[in-house]
Design a protein around this ligand. Structure first.
Ligand SMILES: Nc1nc2c(c(=O)[nH]1)N[C@H]1C(S)=C(S)[C@@H](COP(=O)(O)O)O[C@H]1N2
Ligand SMILES: [Mo]
Length: 246
C-alpha cells in the first residue's frame, strides 16, 4: 500500500540510480502488476490537496546533486545558452484557446512565488532547496485551457541515447496545486544549466522524476496515449508510476 516503503524494502541496495531502477522495473512484470493495482489506491488515499512541508532558510542543503539524463548538448540548447536564454520561449499550446510563447522576462514579470521544499528522488536521497518561480496554474490559466483539456505535458530539451525525449505530465487537477512551480531560480540564483535552466518544474508533493528539468514546451492534451509509449512520462514509459505522490 505504501509505495515508497515498498520500493525501499524491495529494491534498496540492489539499485544504484534512477536508470538502474527503470531497467529493473522494466524487466519485472510482477512489479508492474503491483504498481498498476496500487496506483488508483494511492491516489485515493494521498490525493493532491495536501501541502508539501515548507522549510526554513537554515534547512537548505549545502549540496544539491545533479541526477538526470545528461545536460542537453543539442545545437538548439547550446544556442540558447550562448545568448543567455534571450531567445528562449516557453511554449504553451495544445487544447488551449490562447497559445503562448513566454520569454524569461515575461515569466519573471508574473506574480512570483518562493518556497523552500524538499526534493525526494525515488532512488532514496532528498535535498532541501529554495525555489523562486511562477505557479504553474497561473501560466496554464493564461493559456485558457479548453473543455477537453485533461493533462498538462512537459516536453524537455534532453534526449537519451536512444533518441527518446524526456517528458512528464500532470493532470489538470494536479497542475492547480499551489506549490507546483515553474522554477526560475534555485537558492537565489537562476537555475544552472545542470539543474534544468532556464525553467524547470518543481512538484514538491511528488517524487523527483515529476520535476521536469529543461522545460521547452507545455502541451495541454485530452489524453496521454499518443505521447511516447503512452504512460505519461519518460520514466513512466519504463515502468514507474504516473502518480508519484509522496
Ligand atoms: N528533463 C529531465 N528532467 C528530469 C530528469 C531528467 O532526466 N530529465 N530526471 C528527474 C529525476 S529522476 C530527478 S531526481 C531530478 C533531479 O534533479 P537535479 O538534477 O536538479 O537534482 O530531475 C528530474 N527531472
Ligand atoms: Mo530521481
Amino acid at each position: 500500500m505504501n509505495r515508497r516503503l515498498f520500493i525501499g524494502t524491495s529494491f534498496s541496495g540492489v539499485l544504484a540510480g534512477c536508470s538502474a531502477i527503470g531497467t529493473h522495473l522494466n524487466d519485472n512484470e510482477h512489479f508492474h502488476n503491483v504498481i498498476d493495482s496500487a496506483e488508483s489506491l494511492n491516489q485515493r488515499i494521498i490525493g493532491t490537496h495536501g501541502l508539501a512541508r515548507e522549510y526554513r532558510v537554515s534547512d537548505i542543503s549545502r549540496d544539491f546533486p545533479v541526477n538526470s539524463l545528461p545536460t542537453p548538448t543539442s545545437q538548439t540548447y547550446r544556442g540558447l545558452l550562448s545568448d543567455r536564454f534571450r531567445s528562449y520561449r516557453l511554449l504553451v499550446d495544445g487544447a488551449v484557446d490562447r497559445r503562448l510563447a513566454l520569454s524569461l522576462p515575461q515569466l519573471y514579470g508574473m506574480q512570483p512565488k518562493r518556497q523552500i521544499t524538499r526534493h525526494d528522488c525515488v532512488e532514496g536521497w532528498s535535498v532541501i532547496a529554495q525555489f523562486d518561480g511562477v505557479p504553474l496554474r497561473d501560466v496554464v490559466a493564461l493559456a485558457r485551457p479548453r473543455n477537453d483539456a485533461k493533462y498538462v505535458v512537459f516536453h524537455c530539451f534532453d534526449i537519451d541515447q536512444d533518441g527518446s525525449r524526456y517528458y512528464e505530465s500532470l493532470d489538470v487537477h494536479q497542475a492547480q496545486h499551489p506549490q507546483t512551480l515553474l522554477a526560475l531560480q534555485m537558492n537565489g540564483r537562476p537555475i544552472t544549466p545542470d539543474h534544468g535552466a532556464p525553467v524547470r518544474l518543481r512538484v514538491p508533493t511528488q517524487l523527483g522524476y515529476k520535476s521536469a528539468k529543461w522545460v521547452q514546451r507545455i502541451e495541454i492534451v485530452g489524453s496521454l496515449t499518443t505521447l511516447g509509449a503512452g504512460k505519461g512520462g519518460y520514466w513512466e514509459d519504463q515502468g514507474y508510476e504516473w502518480y508519484a505522490g509522496i
